[in-house]
Design a protein around this ligand. Structure first.
Ligand SMILES: *[C@@H]1O[C@H](CO)[C@@H](O)[C@H](O)[C@H]1NC(C)=O
Ligand SMILES: *[C@@H]1O[C@H](CO)[C@@H](O)[C@H](O)[C@H]1NC(C)=O
Ligand SMILES: *[C@@H]1O[C@H](CO)[C@@H](O)[C@H](O)[C@H]1NC(C)=O
Length: 364
């Protein structure tokens, strides 16, 4: 296939879900000083508010209170049907590679989807009570989930089984791996506990002034935190202190995402006030981010995804999982016995509950 060769700078999209059931897609023009957002598509397939969104190179997926996952094909620019599997709100969605999608729901299930035919390869009863958040390790070998049963679960994606259950004594609502995969954040109300992969113990705790709505690693040591107010705060895990905060919106910030451009970081924020904004943050000095541009969707936004259709990882360091550095950890040692790090598809089909049949690889 002949790739459409638009200037590299133009290949950035912002996608946001809303209470109003609509998904908004924008193309961002990044080749001028002020970044402008051009309406790209709107997708109104849900019949209730949207709770989660994720984007791969080709697809945008949204989860909703209406219990469905709706697919939008960015290449054909059409809707691509719905995935009906969860009983209750679809609370979290995350792609790993372009081949798989994980979904989590109010029904306590985590489902592994193949993006080739959009079939459910595996459905796991992950938590007693709703799954609130999930995160896939940059290596594609592990996933973490949290739910309302006060547990943090580690999943071995190689065999699709639960590897670890940790009682964290409270209900966490967000879990997030660092770009290098050496640590992860677990968010409980206004608190972030930072865990080390190697020891599975808490190495740092951040208390935000407000209940946390969204967190994002800017790099492996700096995290951006949005709470139930209009401020975004940045915390340096190494220095163990807040390094910057700024008023991003007029009302509550609902979601924050970030990616690295050349020598700076771009924070993207979405709010109840209807705006999606992009902020330039110099990694050398985190003083005062500058507004690159934004757009008024005029909807109450609930979730956000950045679409960068390239093989370049969104976050710096994401291509080099730190699994090597964590060999003393039992689980990681076990996982590193297999060399099938990225062959997740093959790996999942090895699960005992499925016939041991290898799928033919259609491409490349
Ligand atoms: C869906 O969940 C509700 C409430 O937990 C339950 O009553 C119902 O039986 C479930 N339906 C299916 C198809 O599992
Ligand atoms: C992350 O960014 C901070 C702030 O600029 C910088 O001091 C630090 O060295 C960076 N850390 C890593 C691991 O890249
Ligand atoms: C955003 O758009 C809505 C609807 O078009 C409008 O009512 C509102 O005033 C706009 N907000 C700002 C700050 O311009």
């Amino acid at each position: 296939a002949v790739a459409i060769s638009v200037s590299m700078a133009a290949l950035l999209g912002l996608i946001a879900g809303s209470y109003e059931q609509i998904t908004f897609g924008y193309r961002v023009k990044t080749d001028e000083k002020e970044w402008t957002c051009k309406a790209d598509f709107t997708h109104h397939a849900h019949t209730a508010s949207i709770s989660s969104v994720a984007a791969s190179e080709r697809f945008v997926v949204t989860g909703s209170k209406d219990e469905t996952i709706q697919l939008y094909d960015m290449k054909k620019r059409t809707e691509h049907g719905a995935l009906l599997h969860h009983n209750g709100t679809v609370t979290c969605l995350e792609f790993y590679g372009s081949s798989h999608l994980l979904s989590g729901g109010e029904d306590g299930l985590v489902c592994v989807w193949s993006t080739k035919k959009w079939e459910c390869l595996k459905s796991i009863k992950a938590h007693k009570g709703p799954v609130t958040s999930l995160s896939v390790h940059p290596s594609g070998k592990l996933a973490l989930t949290v739910g309302t049963d006060k547990s943090l679960r580690t999943w071995n994606l190689i065999n699709g089984r639960s590897a670890f259950i940790k009682n964290i004594k409270q209900n966490a609502h967000i879990v997030r791996w660092s770009p290098d995969g050496s640590k992860y954040m677990v968010v409980i109300n206004d608190k972030v506990d930072v865990y080390d992969l190697e020891t599975a113990s808490v190495t740092g705790t951040i208390i935000n002034p407000k209940r946390i709505s969204s967190v994002q690693f800017v790099n492996n040591s700096v995290v951006a935190i949005a709470g139930d107010d209009e401020i975004v705060r940045l915390y340096d895990l190494g220095k163990e202190k807040w390094v910057c905060d700024f008023k991003a919106h007029e009302t509550r910030v609902k979601a924050v995402d970030s990616f690295i451009m050349e020598d700076y970081c771009v924070l993207v924020t979405a709010s109840n006030d209807g705006f999606i904004k992009m902020w330039k943050l110099l990694l050398k000095d985190l003083e005062g981010p500058t507004l690159l541009g934004g757009v008024n969707t005029s909807a109450r936004l609930t979730c956000l995804a950045v679409w960068k259709p390239s093989s370049v990882p969104l976050l710096v360091g994401a291509e080099e999982p730190a699994a090597e550095a964590a060999t003393s950890e039992e689980l990681v040692r076990e996982l590193s016995k297999t060399k099938k790090v990225r062959l997740v598809e093959e790996v999942i089909l090895e699960d005992e509950s499925k016939p041991k049949k290898k799928k033919k690889d259609g491409g490349k």
